[in-house]
Design a protein around this ligand. Structure first.
Ligand code: ACO
Length: 430
C-alpha cells in the first residue's frame, strides 16, 4: 500500500482531511474516504456505486478499458480454452489451480452433495406449472437453510466450506427440478457417473421411458459458458450477496438474494431479453428501426446484450462466446437465422456514432442465448443457467468476505430530500 494521500478541503469551515490513497496489485488508485464524515461532516454521493470500491478482493480483476478479465490472475481466454468449470470453481474458492488429487477430491465432494431433500419436491410442486423458473430458484435456494440448520454457524470455517460445496452441487439439481415442474415431467436424480454439465443436461432432458445420451458437444459448450459466467467481481448480484452476507445471514439466504438481483434484465436477465428482442426484430430488414428506437431517449427500449458498466471495450467473454456460437451451431449442424440477425445487429450498432461514442459493445449475454437455444434450453431457463455458473463466484466472494479484516455490515447513507420536521395533525385538521 502506498503512503500517498489526497487532501480534501472544505473552505467554508477551513477544515481539511488527508485521505489515504490505496493501491491494489493492479487497477486504479482508490481514495479511502472513511474519515470524511467524521472529520469534515460530509457524506459522499455515488448512486449506482460507479465510483466506489466496497471491498478489497483478490478473486477477479477487470480492466474495462482494455477488455481484460482475470480469475485469480489467469486470463479468461486461457481458462476458457484449457480449463473446466469445476476446476475454475476450485480456483475461485481456493485461489490456486488444483493439482490432480485436489481436483479429484473437489469433484468428488461436489458429486456427493448433488441430491436435494425429497421434501423439496413438494415445495417445488407448490408452484403453479407456469411459474418462472427464476422465481422457483430464488425460493428453492433460500429454502436450503431450512434443511441444513445444523451447519449454519457462519463463524465456523468448516460450516462455511460445506455450505459453499452444497450450493455449487445442488444448484443444477434444483434448476432441473424447476424446469421439469414447468413441463410436467417427473423429477430426475443426479447421476454420479457424469460430470457437472453432463449431469445437469441429463437431469433436465432424460425421461424414464428411454435411455438418454448426453451430447458431448452440448456438455462442453455449457461448460464453456459456465466458465465465462463464473465470476465478475462486484457486479450487482455479487454485491447483493455480500450485502446480505454482511449482516451475518446464512449463505443460502445470501445466494437466494443474489439470484433475485441476477434476474433483472439490466443484469443476468439480459440473456433472456436478448433472445426475445431478436425474435421481436424478426428480420434483418427491421434492424435499422430497432437501432433508432434504442437511440431514442423517449423510448425505453435498449439494445439488450449491449453496454456494460465496466467494459468500455469489447467484453472479452463476448469475443469467446461469439466464436463458440459459430462452432457449436456448426458441430450440432444447426443453422439459426437469429445468429445472422445478431451479427447484423452487432455490425450496424458498432458502426453507429451513438454506440461508438458511448463505447457500447456487445456484452457476455449478446450471444449466449443463441448457444442455449441450440442446446434446446428454453428461454425462461437462460438466467437460471447463468445463476448456476455464477454460484461459484458468489460463494467465493461470500467466503472471502467472512475472513476480510475490513468486513462491516453494508449500510449506505442517503441525501434526504423529503419534507423537514413537522407536527402531526389530527384527522379533523387535515
Ligand atoms: N442501448 C441503448 N443505449 C444504451 C445502452 C443500450 N443497451 N446501454 C447504455 N446506453 C446508453 C445510455 O442511454 C446512456 O446514454 P446517455 O449518456 O446519452 O444518457 C449511456 O449509454 C450510458 O449508459 P448507462 O445507463 O449510464 O450505463 P450503466 O453503466 O448505468 O448501465 C447497463 C450499464 C445496465 C449494462 C446498460 O448498458 C444496459 O442497460 N444494457 C442493456 C442490458 C444488458 O445487456 N445488460 C447485461 C449487462 S452484462 C451482465 O450483467 C451480465
Amino acid at each position: 500500500m502506498s503512503s500517498k494521500t489526497l487532501k480534501l478541503t472544505d473552505p467554508a469551515v477551513g477544515k481539511s482531511v488527508d485521505l489515504p490513497v490505496l493501491e491494489g496489485t493492479m487497477g486504479p488508485p482508490t481514495v479511502d474516504i472513511r474519515k470524511v464524515p467524521k472529520e469534515l461532516g460530509h457524506f459522499t454521493y455515488d448512486p449506482g456505486f460507479a465510483a466506489t470500491a466496497a471491498c478489497k478482493s483478490s478473486i477477479t480483476y477487470i480492466d474495462g478499458d482494455q477488455g481484460v478479465l482475470l480469475y485469480r490472475g489467469y486470463p479468461i481466454e486461457q481458462l476458457a480454452e484449457r480449463s473446466s468449470f469445476i476446476e475454475v470453481a476450485y480456483l475461485l474458492i481456493n485461489g490456486e489451480l488444483p493439482n490432480g488429487s485436489q481436483l479429484g477430491e473437489f469433484q468428488n465432494e461436489i458429486t456427493y452433495h448433488t441430491m436435494i431433500h425429497e421434501s423439496m419436491k413438494s415445495f417445488i410442486e407448490g408452484f403453479n406449472y407456469d411459474a418462472h423458473p427464476m422465481a422457483m430458484m430464488v425460493s428453492g435456494v433460500g429454502s436450503l437453510a431450512a434443511f441444513y440448520h445444523d451447519s449454519l454457524d457462519m463463524n465456523n470455517p468448516e460450516h462455511r466450506q460445506l455450505a459453499a460445496v452444497r450450493m455449487i452441487a445442488k444448484m443444477p439439481t434444483i434448476a432441473a427440478a424447476c424446469y421439469r415442474r414447468s413441463i410436467g415431467w417427473p423429477y430426475s436424480y443426479p447421476k454420479n457417473s457424469l460430470n457437472y454439465t453432463e449431469r445437469l443436461l441429463h437431469m433436465m432432458f432424460s425421461v424414464p421411458a428411454e435411455p438418454y445420451e448426453v451430447s458431448p458437444v452440448a456438455a462442453k459448450a455449457l461448460d464453456l459458458l459456465f466458465i465465462l459466467h463464473a465470476d465478475h467481481e462486484q457486479n450487482a448480484s455479487t454485491s447483493t450477496v455480500r450485502l446480505v452476507g454482511s449482516t451475518g445471514a446464512n449463505p443460502y439466504a445470501s445466494i437466494s438474494a443474489g439470484i433475485g438481483a441476477l434476474w433483472g434484465p439490466a443484469h443476468g436477465g439480459a440473456n433472456e431479453a436478448v433472445l426475445r428482442m431478436l425474435n421481436e426484430i424478426g428480420d434483418v430488414s427491421n434492424v435499422g428501426k430497432f437501432i433508432e428506437r434504442a437511440k431514442d431517449k423517449n423510448d425505453p427500449f435498449r439494445l439488450m446484450g449491449f453496454g456494460h458498466r465496466v467494459y468500455k471495450n469489447y467484453d472479452p467473454r463476448a469475443q469467446i462466446i461469439r466464436k463458440a456460437c459459430h462452432d457449436v451451431l456448426n458441430e450440432l449442424g444447426i443453422s439459426d437465422p437469429l445468429l445472422d440477425l445478431a451479427m447484423k445487429l452487432e455490425q450496424i450498432a458498432l458502426e453507429d456514432e451513438y454506440f461508438v461514442s458511448r463505447k457500447l459493445y456487445p456484452n457476455v449475454d449478446f450471444y449466449s442465448g443463441i448457444i442455449y437455444k441450440a442446446l434446446q434450453i428454453p428461454t425462461s431457463m437462460f438466467t437460471v443457467m447463468f445463476a448456476i455458473a455464477r454460484t461459484a463466484g458468489w460463494v467465493s466472494q461470500w467466503l472471502e468476505q467472512h475472513v476480510s479484516e475490513d468486513a462491516r455490515i453494508g449500510r449506505p447513507r442517503q441525501i434526504y430530500t423529503g419534507v423537514t420536521e413537522r407536527d402531526y395533525q389530527s384527522l379533523d385538521q387535515r
